[in-house]
Design a protein around this ligand. Structure first.
Ligand code: 5RP
Length: 258
């Protein structure tokens, strides 16, 4: 975990794993091109083995969180029906810092996904590889309310996840309070303005999240480097949403001039 969480106790993970069920989703069509400019600004990258092998420079020096669940697609019957796709031996061979998988609480596949988590934790603990649980909602974005997310996060922690990725919600402190392991926030589908992202990231950090695992709202932005730098300032330098916006605007206008 010390590879992932920085000495200030915070972290910025960059997820680029979306293709494992979304295919070549917008602005992640060519993962190498998306990842390269953002790589220096993240603390770790959340990625599948296929994209790690094909699209990340082998000399990279960033910790890897390997996405090891999948087996479903946007056009299939049920996104929740995931299995474990990558063995612990492969994760070790790829020299990863952690592995991550999704759980689907409240779905027809709740039981399977929670047992997947438990088995992965058993395997990971043998080798000192922490597991990040992703509280997934599939296509049901409306599920991102406090009660549901608090329930999912707590279950993930109880089953042995070392860190839990969830969505920001109102009363986020209730989610964090009920989860005895560190919580990081995802962003979900891209929202309309940068300021909305800065506001919820700031709020979540104030309420106890240790950082973010935030993808589309960074790399689907027209100025992804400005975006990641601004979010980094909130996570690691305690910047306010307004300061983050100012930073974003100044990097964006420099970029426009060049
Ligand atoms: C997708 C994931 C992502 O890692 C997670 O949702 C974070 O990305 P975003 O901020 O784009 O929601 O688990 O499979």
């Amino acid at each position: 975990m010390a590879q992932l969480i920085q000495p200030d106790g915070h972290c910025l993970f960059l997820p680029v794993d979306h293709g494992y069920f979304q295919g070549p989703t917008r602005k992640l069509e060519e993962p190498r091109k998306t990842i390269k400019p953002l790589f220096p600004h993240c603390d770790a990258i959340f990625i599948t083995r296929g994209v790690l092998r094909s699209s990340v420079d082998p000399n990279n020096s960033k910790p890897i969180i390997l996405r090891v669940s999948g087996g479903t697609s946007m056009v299939g019957k049920d996104l929740a029906n995931e299995g474990i796709t990558t063995s612990m031996e492969e994760a070790i061979r790829l020299n990863v810092a952690a592995v991550g998988l999704s759980i689907f609480v409240g779905t027809d596949y709740e039981h399977d996904s929670l047992l997947n988590l438990s088995k992965l934790v058993d395997e990971g603990e043998k080798y000192g590889i922490p597991v990040m649980a992703v509280t997934a909602v599939g296509k049901e974005l409306g599920k991102r309310d406090t009660r549901y997310l608090a329930l999912s996060c707590r279950i993930a922690a109880e089953l042995g996840a070392r860190v839990v990725k969830t969505y920001w919600c109102e009363d986020f402190e209730k989610v964090v309070r009920g989860c005895p392991v560190p919580v990081v926030m995802a962003g979900g589908p891209k929202v309309d303005t940068e300021f909305e992202v800065f506001k919820f990231v700031h709020d979540g950090i104030q309420k106890g999240a240790i950082g973010v695992n935030l993808g589309r709202n960074i790399w689907q932005n027209d100025f992804p480097v400005a975006m990641i730098k601004a979010i980094r300032a909130i996570v690691h330098e305690n910047a306010s949403p307004k300061e983050a916006q100012d930073l974003y605007d100044s990097i964006k206008s420099e970029k426009r001039k060049s």
